[in-house]
Structures are given as structure tokens and as C-alpha cells.
Write a protein that binds this ligand. Structure first.
Ligand SMILES: NC(=O)C1=CN([C@@H]2O[C@H](COP(=O)(O)OP(=O)(O)OC[C@H]3O[C@@H](n4cnc5c(N)ncnc54)[C@H](OP(=O)(O)O)[C@@H]3O)[C@@H](O)[C@H]2O)[C@H](O)CC1
Ligand SMILES: [K+]
Length: 495
């Protein structure tokens, strides 16, 4: 799914109205979709307090209020009585509301924090038209609303957030439990500084102009099911283990054999035909007894001292590797003579950062840094939006794929496209999850997925398996090894 900027969404809105739908009808459509979702999801609620601005976001709120009232709910609408300069469509909806005697229209200042239970707050103050941080009455109101424990729903965008950029540190933002957004994810939902205000995001299809969307140019995408469907290649009949590639997972050191073990197991669980673990001898017994399917290549005693080059294999290097002097030398020597794409993670990245040897990374390789590793490699940025921009430059300069791990991991390609992942959950924020991802990417590349597609599919698959694991064990208790065991269920859901 494409992610458009706020100005592109505005143009899309206009293109839709030019194609024959009036803007008022579009607002009606947007409100009807919100009401449909609200009815389905708040079955025991009977009262909605709707906070409306004077723009089209407020207009959506006013239309939503009317429709909820018509469905039999108690509705109160809150506006700023001192500012009744509604935009045209919002004005029409305000007049309609005023004619309904059952809907109370109150001033922002009338809101009391001592509200009864079974009430839901709906934020229709500002949407993508916000162009400066909140101040004055709206800021005070949002601060007060955030202090209540009542469920909170934002229409289109939590008030105070911009669609596509970071907010100032001291900004006040409505803290939604649910965000009902129209047609597209907004970039701000996917970054840590801003996404934390959105709660669960629901994208509601309001049938905006499909030709406009198809033609719209963007660097930003959300990985959705339709992308995955196009990438996934069901396993072919009439094949043998050679058909599905050779993965070599390189890593492990005394006390960190588990990391490379999880990578190897993940490679196997995602279909790698032949899987080797290149690790120090101290891991041999553990690896052979835990994963008999993986073959062991000895490469040192307690840490890796040599990385042997084998033919027709895809290397995933880094999990549990450590940074011993000899390991550093082994990695750098390997990279000096190896020219095919590799997957580099964890200490492999830290070694490259410390040695400032980024030019050794073979073209079209995949690196999988978390934000701190990214910073060590490429330097500090002000915020996560700038980090993505820097990653775009670096991916282009070095012609590599950067899998930037975060709550919403992003894949940045050498042609500066950014794919955000929306599967996964906070239960995966545990040591070991990254090792699993390295194994999956290595395995999919060895199975001849295009590198970009392997990255996208791997990150999605990893998150989806994490979601299944959380469902069974809870976010707190689930382990990276539980996630590996759920990979099969994800493949089953694709077949
Ligand atoms: N295509 C769609 O997705 C549809 C979206 N709809 C809804 O429309 C809003 C966007 O509506 P818009 O009227 O463009 O913008 P807002 O309602 O967000 O804001 C209104 C005006 O408020 C002013 N503004 C901006 N920031 C502030 C601030 N911090 N304090 C006070 N006022 C502010 C600004 O005007 P200025 O002249 O003051 O610059 C805004 O224009 C979208 O989010 C959807 O909810 C349609 O209803 C359906 C289709
Ligand atoms: K809003």
C-alpha cells in the first residue's frame, strides 16, 4: 500500500471530487465508514462525546455524530463556541446537527473529567490539515481529554500529529486507543516518536480516486497482504534439496551459541534446502544435538577465527559473533575476497563500524541494524524520520538493502524506496528476535527470492510469526524460539 504525503492526500481528495463525487458526499462516506467501525467495536457503549474542529476533520466528526445519533446512541458534540468559522462542508453538517434537538452542543470548556462509564471520546479536532502545533483552547482540551481513562478514538489522525513528519518534543497530542484513518497509512503512524499516539490503526477504504492513487509517486509503502501474495512462491513439486539453496549461518562464540542456533533453525523453518552453521567448536555439541538438520563447519575454538568461502551459498553473518581480534580479522578478510551479496547483522555490523570498513560490504548485500547499530555505522540523526532519510542516502551510495529494525521495521532499498512493516508486536523486543530474522532473510535469498523481496517477505513473516506467538503465549512470555515454532503456521495461512 502506498503512503502519500498530506499534500498528495489533499490532491487525491480533489481528484475524487473532480471525478464526480461531491466533497460533501465524500465526507458522508468517510463518516459512514467510521460509524460502521464504531458500532462493530463498541457494542456495549451507549454514549459518544465528539470533539470537533472547524475544518473537514471537524466536519467528519459532525457527520459521525449525526449518524450515531440516528442509530440510537446518546451523542454530545463539543465545539469552540467562540470560533464558528466552519469550512463549507463542516458548516453544512453543523447546521444539520443544530436541527436535531436530541444532540447537545457544548463548548470545549463544558467538558468535565468526571464523566460516567460506557462513554467513548471521539477526536475530530484536526486531521491532515494541521500545520502548526496545538495551542490555546484546543491544546488545553486535548491535555484534559488525555487525563481521562475513557476509550479514545481519533478520526483520520490523532489531533496534534502531522501526517508525514515529526512533532516538536513538547507538542501536545491526543492519545488515541484507536485511529480510524482514511484510505492510507500516514508515515507518522509508523515512527516511534509519533506512532505512540495512534493506538491501533484501522485503515478505512473510502474509495478515493483509484487512478490518482495508481499514478501517485512515492518512496514510501506499507507492506500489506497484497504485496506478500505477489512475492510468496509456493514450494514446487519435482524439486530436491538443491532446489532450495544453501544457507550458511556464521556466528556464535563462547556463551553466545544460542544466537547462531536460532538463525540456523529459522533458516531451516523457512525452507532452506541445505543449512550449515559455521561456528566455533564450543558450539558443535549444542548445535548438532539441538538441530540435527544443520551441518556444522568448525571455524575456531571459542570464537570464529576463519570464515571459509564456499560455492553457491548465501552467507548470513553476525549472530553471537563477538568482536575478538581474530574474529574481526576473519570477517574483514572474508569480505575482501567475497563479492556476492551477504546478510550482515549484529557484531558483523559493529566490527565494520569500528573499522570504518563499510566499503567492504558487497553490492546488494543486506544489513540489519537496530537504531543503535545504525548510528554506529552511519552516525546520529535528530529523529527517526531523519534516520530513514539518511538510510536512503546510504543504501543508494553503497547499493545495499538496509533492514532498519524498530517497532515498525523499515526496508530501505538502493533505489531509495522505503517499505514499512506492520506485523509484529512488543513481545518481540527481546534478545534473539534479530537472530531469527537474519536466518529467515538468508534462507529466502538462498531460495532465489529477489533480494528486495526476500527482505520484505522475511520482515513480514517474522512479525506475523511473532503475532501468532503472542496470541498463544502473551507478549510478555513469548520467546524468539516460540516465534520460530510459529513460522509454519504463517506459511499454512499463505497456502
Ligand atoms: N481524502 C480524505 O482523506 C478525506 C478527508 N476528509 C477529512 O478532512 C480532513 C482534512 O481537512 P482539512 O479541512 O484540510 O484540515 P483540518 O480539519 O485538519 O484542519 C482545518 C484547518 O485548521 C487550521 N489549522 C491547522 N493547524 C492548526 C492549529 N494548530 N491550530 C489551529 N488551527 C489550525 C488550518 O487552517 P489555517 O488557515 O489556520 O492554516 C486547517 O486548514 C482529513 O483529515 C479528514 O478527516 C474528508 O472529510 C473526507 C475525505
Ligand atoms: K483527528
Amino acid at each position: 500500500m502506498k503512503i502519500l504525503s498530506s499534500s498528495q492526500i489533499k490532491s487525491c481528495d480533489i481528484a475524487t471530487t473532480e471525478s464526480g463525487v461531491s466533497s460533501l458526499n465524500l465526507m458522508e462516506r468517510a463518516a459512514a465508514k467510521c460509524v460502521e467501525w464504531i458500532e462493530m467495536n463498541f457494542k456495549t457503549t451507549n454514549r459518544f462525546l465528539i470533539f470537533c474542529g472547524t475544518g473537514n476533520n471537524g466536519g467528519d466528526g459532525l457527520a459521525t455524530a449525526r449518524m450515531l445519533y440516528e442509530k440510537g446512541f446518546d451523542v454530545e458534540v463539543y465545539i469552540d463556541r467562540a470560533n464558528l468559522n466552519f469550512k463549507a462542508d463542516a458548516e453544512i453538517n453543523f447546521r444539520k446537527i443544530k436541527k436535531i434537538s436530541g444532540i447537545e452542543i457544548k463548548d470545549f470548556s463544558d467538558f468535565s473529567k468526571t464523566i460516567k462509564e460506557k462513554t467513548v471520546l471521539i477526536d475530530a479536532l484536526f486531521g491532515y490539515g494541521l500545520n502548526r502545533k496545538l495551542s490555546g483552547k484546543v491544546k488545553n482540551l486535548v491535555e484534559t481529554l488525555n487525563q481521562t481513562t475513557l476509550p479514545k478514538v481519533s478520526i483520520d489522525i490523532p489531533t496534534g500529529l502531522f501526517a508525514d513528519k515529526v512533532i516538536e518534543k513538547d507538542s501536545v497530542v491526543f492519545k488515541a486507543d484507536f485511529t480510524l484513518t482514511f484510505q492510507f497509512y500516514k508515515r507518522s503512524f509508523l515512527h516511534p516518536e509519533t506512532g505512540r499516539f495512534c493506538g491501533k490503526t484501522e485503515v478505512l477504504d473510502i474509495d478515493l480516486d483509484s487512478k490518482f492513487i495508481e499514478d501517485a509517486k512515492t518512496d514510501y509503502f506499507v507492506i500489506d497482504n497484497s504485496i506478500i501474495r505477489k512475492i510468496y512462491k509456493p514450494r514446487e513439486d519435482f524439486s530436491n534439496k538443491g532446489t532450495f539453496g544453501k544457507s550458511i549461518l556464521v556466528g556464535g562464540s563462547y556463551g553466545k551459541i544460542g544466537a547462531v542456533l536460532m538463525s540456523s533453525l529459522s533458516a531451516l523453518r523457512t525452507g532452506s534446502g541445505l543449512t550449515f552453521t559455521m561456528a566455533p567448536d564450543c558450539g558443535n555439541l549444542i548445535l548438532q544435538s539441538q538441530i540435527p538438520e544443520a551441518m556444522f563447519i568448525s571455524s575456531g575454538k571459542n570464537y570464529i577465527c576463519k570464515i571459509e568461502i564456499q560455492d553457491k551459498a548465501i552467507y548470513g553473518i553476525g549472530p553471537g559473533l563477538g568482536k575478538e581480534k581474530q574474529t574481526q580479522k576473519a570477517l574483514l578478510e572474508f569480505l575482501k575476497s567475497y563479492k556476492n551479496p551477504v546478510v550482515l547483522d549484529a557484531d558483523a555490523l559493529n566490527i565494520l563500524a569500528e573499522n570504518q570498513n563499510l566499503n567492504l560490504i558487497p553490492k546488494h548485500s543486506v544489513i540489519t541494524p537496530h537504531p543503535l547499530e545504525f548510528e554506529r555505522l552511519f552516525g546520529k540523526t535528530e529523529n527517526s524520520f531523519d534516520r530513514i532519510e539518511l538510510a536512503k542516502e546510504k543504501a543508494k551510495d553503497s547499493q545495499i538493502f538496509i533492514v532498519l529494525k524498530d517497532h515498525h521495521t523499515a526496508i530501505i532499498t538502493p533505489d531509495k524506496k522505503v517499505y514499512y512493516n506492520i506485523t509484529g508486536n512488543s513481545g518481540m523486543a527481546k534478545g534473539g528476535s534479530g537472530d531469527v530474522l537474519t536466518g529467515i532473510i538468508t534462507s529466502l535469498i538462498s531460495q532465489k527470492y529477489e533480494i528486495k523481496e526476500a527482505c520484505i517477505f522475511s520482515v513480514w513473516l517474522h512479525g506475523k510469526a511473532g503475532d501468532f506467538a503472542a496470541e498463544e503465549f502473551s507478549r510478555e512470555s513469548m520467546l524468539p524460539t516460540d516465534l520460530i515454532n510459529k513460522i509454519g503456521e504463517v506459511f499454512k495461512s499463505l497456502n
